[in-house]
Ligand binder design. Structure first.
Ligand SMILES: *Cc1c(COP(=O)(O)O)cnc(C)c1O
Length: 377
């Protein structure tokens, strides 16, 4: 590596930068597992940059493994998938700054509509072709989704819009509030609301080809929630919120050891000296900190893998670095440490990190910062 002054820094050229590697093969295997649990179509949800794994990479792997649909939060994310050459139908369900009807129509991007107001705003826009919409109905979450008392008005308005050639209602959509429970009993009220929505649409002579309600947990645990399609997000990248199914971890976070030192017993480590070495030991520094998504609130159990063994992260997590106690092992500069990886190895998993940080694996993978290099296995 060469600095801006043109002076070479010996050794630095050999360091592999901190890297998040996405494993497409694991995504394919997770789709295959979902496929064995449902006869319905599968939408691959790749919002938040594919749960931090790269939206385009995850979408391509999912489509190659048989996912028929793609889902994102907004039109901008969907447009990036189109620009990358993905041709599957794409649904977007939250467009906070309003819908650009032109972009949606030209990109063949579907829009979820969750209120009469949203529908009217759409119908008021000019668009070069009928917009493909999904009526998003509140099935018990009180988040997005049209509240029950407004359903009939929304359905009637959508039917009108179809008659005028402004929209085509492609789907009816709900969302399960208990996304982390493997309990059909708990999903039953949402399932019956979804059925009620179907009946209301039929009564209004609105013929809707597709109904969809389930996300990963419903897909894996409750066939009654599957309807015509399931929307798989977390499950694609190996996270099972229901805790029932061993999925395949789809990423690996590595970093080089950039500094190693042998220290005496009684050495305070990091800001505040919250950890003091009990014996003479070796410390290794990794160039990843909370700015890169390493949670600052980890428990003392947190560890990384170096040379095939687990070593504890000690002292406070800094913005740019963490310190690892490697005991008797004086780790050479440039050695690769694995912060997390798939569950079949020695390295910790994202589930381990979530436990150490008191959070869910989703926040670990979506929190990896932009300084971390991205690769595909
Ligand atoms: C995020 C999201 C999903 C995917 O949920 P997972 O539990 O990650 O599979 C499905 N539907 C909607 C509306 C979402 O926002």
């Amino acid at each position: 590596m060469t600095s801006t002054l043109g002076i070479s820094r010996p050794g630095a050229a050999d360091l592999l930068p901190p890297t998040l590697q996405t494993i497409p093969e694991a995504i394919g295997k997770n789709i295959a597992i979902a496929r064995r649990r449902t006869r319905s179509r599968i939408m691959a949800v790749v919002k938040a940059d594919g749960y931090g794994h790269g939206a385009i990479t995850v979408a391509r792997a999912a489509v190659a493994a048989g996912a028929e649909w793609l889902g994102t939060t907004d039109i901008a994310e969907a447009a990036r998938l189109r620009a990358a050459g993905l041709t599957a139908p794409i649904l977007t369900w939250l467009n906070p700054s309003g819908v650009d009807a032109e972009a949606a129509a030209t990109g063949r991007i579907d829009i979820a509509v969750g209120s009469v107001d949203e529908l009217e705003a759409l119908l008021a826009q000019h668009s070069p072709a009928a917009l493909r919409i999904h009526l998003h109905l509140d099935t018990g979450m009180a988040r997005e989704g049209c509240p029950v008392p407004e359903w009939d008005a929304l359905i009637a308005g959508a039917r009108q819009g179809e008659r005028r050639g402004k929209v085509r209602v492609v789907g009816l959509m709900g969302h399960l509030p208990l996304a982390d429970q493997a309990d059909p009993e708990a999903n039953a009220p949402a399932v019956s609301r979804m059925r009620r929505a179907g009946n209301a649409a039929r009564a209004a002579e609105l013929d809707v080809p597709l109904t969809h309600l389930a996300a990963t947990s419903g897909t894996l645990t409750d066939p009654a929630t599957h309807f015509g399609m399931v929307r798989l997000g977390a499950g694609l990248v190996g996270i099972d919120p229901s805790g029932t199914t061993e999925l395949h971890g789809a990423s690996r976070l590595t970093a080089p050891v950039v500094h190693s030192a042998t220290v005496e017993a009684g050495t305070p480590v990091g800001y505040g000296g919250t950890y003091v070495t009990g014996t003479s030991t070796n410390l290794s520094v990794l160039p990843l900190g909370y700015a890169d998504g390493i949670p600052r609130e980890i428990s003392p159990d947190a560890s990384v893998e170096i040379h095939g063994g687990r070593h504890r992260v000690v002292g406070r997590v800094s913005m740019d670095q963490i310190v690892v106690d490697t005991g008797a092992d004086h780790v050479p500069l440039g050695t690769t440490a694995t912060v997390f990886g798939p569950p079949d190895g020695v390295a910790p998993t994202i589930r381990d990190w979530a436990r150490w940080a008191g959070t869910i694996p989703h926040t670990i993978v979506t929190g990896i910062g932009p300084r971390v290099n991205r690769t595909i296995a």
